[in-house]
Design a protein around this ligand. Structure first.
Ligand SMILES: [Cu+2]
Length: 323
């Protein structure tokens, strides 16, 4: 009965996603600007029905000073080496670091998915370029190698086993728009907006996601009251949670609090901006103008560059992962 009630309630919401098996290994956040980045590789299924026992992720040049996240039940091994380039990070010269990470000895059933995470810094990569995290999962009798790279001009979706890709966005000062309150791009009062992007939508898809971080550099709390865009009939801020293996999104009531001195991040799999009643699906490489309205800082207009459609939680790309 609880089940029925949940489904009845859920269908009344703007969107509902079931946890079906996704076809590809992807990065949870498939677009980011230079700076700190958490690479979360999602392994969507096993090898031909077999459980996955190890996962090796090769780190691309340009993702430096990386540290893997240990996983209970999995042994961690790290490969280190020299980078092709030398990086200046926080006043230090960085020439080498982790180049690959393997989580092994685990048991991830074919019918389940899991995430393998690393934190590092994106450096020395031009906006618009893509970094690829080649990933190989090994099972008892075989492996699945997510290592194919698209040729120039080729659609990565045409590949059978594409390597998880990360699109590098222009840094925020370059793409953020004009603050109504100040002369610094991406600033509204004490609030600083970074890492803003929107996900490309597929033809016929009526709604899409937007993501950004809001840092409150001031000493009083603020609140994001609303988001609007001329490209969407309706825009809401959503939370996302798992209920009985069903991903349910619901609008946040009363806005989002931005506590003093803290950063609130809207990202795939969590809080996000939901653009609804979108006439023309957002296309990768485009931009979505938005107006953020804050309780204290007032309004801020900025443009969200449109990143790739794929990536994110395997069930949340709104596409069903058809080929
Ligand atoms: Cu949503």
């Amino acid at each position: 009965m609880r089940h029925l009630a949940l489904f009845a309630a859920a269908t009344a919401l703007p969107a509902l996603f079931s946890l079906n098996a996704a076809a590809h290994a992807v990065l949870e956040t498939p677009a980011a600007a230079a700076g700190s980045y958490k690479a979360v590789v999602t392994i969507p299924h096993g090898c031909d029905g077999q459980a996955t026992n190890s996962v090796r992720v090769e780190l691309p040049e340009g993702f430096v000073s990386a540290k893997p996240m240990p996983k209970p039940g999995w042994a961690l091994s790290i490969e280190e080496g020299a980078y092709a380039q030398t990086y200046e990070l926080h006043g230090k010269t960085v020439k080498s670091g982790v180049t690959a990470v393997t989580w092994s000895g685990g048991d991830l059933p074919d019918g389940a998915f899991d995430e393998f995470a690393l934190r590092g810094t994106i450096a020395g990569v031009e906006p618009g370029r893509k970094l690829f995290f080649k990933t190989v999962q090994t099972c008892a009798d075989g492996e699945v190698a997510w290592v194919e790279l698209p040729a120039a001009g080729q659609d990565a979706h045409a590949l059978e086993h594409p390597a998880p890709g990360l699109t590098i966005l222009a840094s925020d000062t370059e793409h953020a728009g004009h603050g109504a309150h100040g002369d610094r791009a991406g600033m509204a009062g004490d609030l600083k907006i970074t890492g803003a992007w929107a996900r490309a939508m597929l033809p016929g898809q009526p709604s899409g996601g937007g993501y950004l971080s809001i840092e409150n550099t001031g000493s009083t709390r603020d609140r994001l009251l609303s988001v609007s865009s001329p490209l969407a009939g309706k825009v809401e801020v959503h939370t996302m949670e798992m209920k009985n293996e069903v991903m349910v999104m619901r609008p946040v009531e009363g806005g989002i609090e931005i506590p003093a001195g803290e950063t609130v991040t809207l990202e795939p799999g969590g809080l996000h901006i939901m653009f609804m009643q979108v006439g023309d699906p957002f296309k990768e490489g485009g931009a979505v103008p938005v107006t953020l309205e804050f309780e204290k800082a007032g309004t801020l207009e900025l443009e969200l560059p449109v990143g790739p459609a794929r990536g994110g939680m395997p069930d949340m790309d709104h596409s069903g992962h058809g080929k």
